[in-house]
Ligand binder design. Sequence first.
Ligand SMILES: O=P(O)(O)OC[C@H]1O[C@H](O[C@H]2O[C@H](CO)[C@@H](O)[C@H](O)[C@H]2O)[C@H](O)[C@@H](O)[C@@H]1O
Length: 292
Amino acid sequence: MSLPPPSAHPTLPEPETEAGRAGLAAVRADPARTVLALDFDGTLAPIVGDPRDARAHPEAVPVLARLAPRLAGVAVITGRPAAEAVRYGGLEGAAGLEGLTVLGAYGAERWDAADPVVRAPEPPAGVAAVRAELPGLLRESEAPEGTWTEDKGRALAVHTRRAASPDEALDRLREPLYTLAERHGLVVEPGRMVLELRPPGADKGAALTGFVRERAATAVVYAGDDRGDLPAYAAVTALRAEGVPGLLLYSAPEAEAEAVPELRDGADLRVPGPAGLVAWLRALAAEIPPVR
Ligand SMILES: O=P(O)(O)OC[C@H]1O[C@H](O[C@H]2O[C@H](CO)[C@@H](O)[C@H](O)[C@H]2O)[C@H](O)[C@@H](O)[C@@H]1O
């Protein structure tokens, strides 16, 4: 799929489903009562080998800053710590993003541009216990070279993207990591070449529904790429049943082997990764008149 240059004003592609077309119609009818919510890695930020190198697509902030003042709310809903998404996204201090919200750690953390501090409960004791035991467990399990642990403060994510065979590495580690998580009251969040051990109780579906209700939105758009986005997809389905039309976008990975079939097949529209998403957002911004 070729992308238009940033200066072009492409037309919005028609969603492939009836529910998606109804969602887009509701957005067009009343943008000021629409919530736009976006995942970070793989959706706003291209996937990279080292999570510390992830950055939002260069067109992401400019287009969000154009759109946000015209909508009921824009939220980044991510598995990242909220502060990290703000930093890696370049989301603080941009003119137009004064109303932005970041719901981090699957909704357990909240950051608002209008009051830029992270609000979050203390992580449960199980996180510290897992942090202490994880290095030994990875050694005992003979984790392949390239396996890397990301300490997220309230969660620990074991990544295998940089191993010679990422899927084989995950297969080797799956059972010991699930057992460790369970022993300390945590759950495992599987993602793209990662298994994350995190506290239960938060998910992107509850985070999205709460944000839609907070803004009294009458339409919602959600874009995601990974398994952690499944609850947000389910939330949009539930909101539709309540009479809030929604549009589901899937940010497709370059490698089909990394696709999440439930998202790919459940979406109303597929875009080619973060570059495709920002092209779609630009087309949306071109259609929605600025607020006077
Ligand atoms: O909810 P998200 O914003 O999509 O965050 C989910 C996880 O994303 C990150 O990992 C993924 O992106 C990395 C950087 O591109 C990539 O190397 C890795 O393979 C992906 O799984 C992040 O590191 C995790 O903490 C997030 O939970």
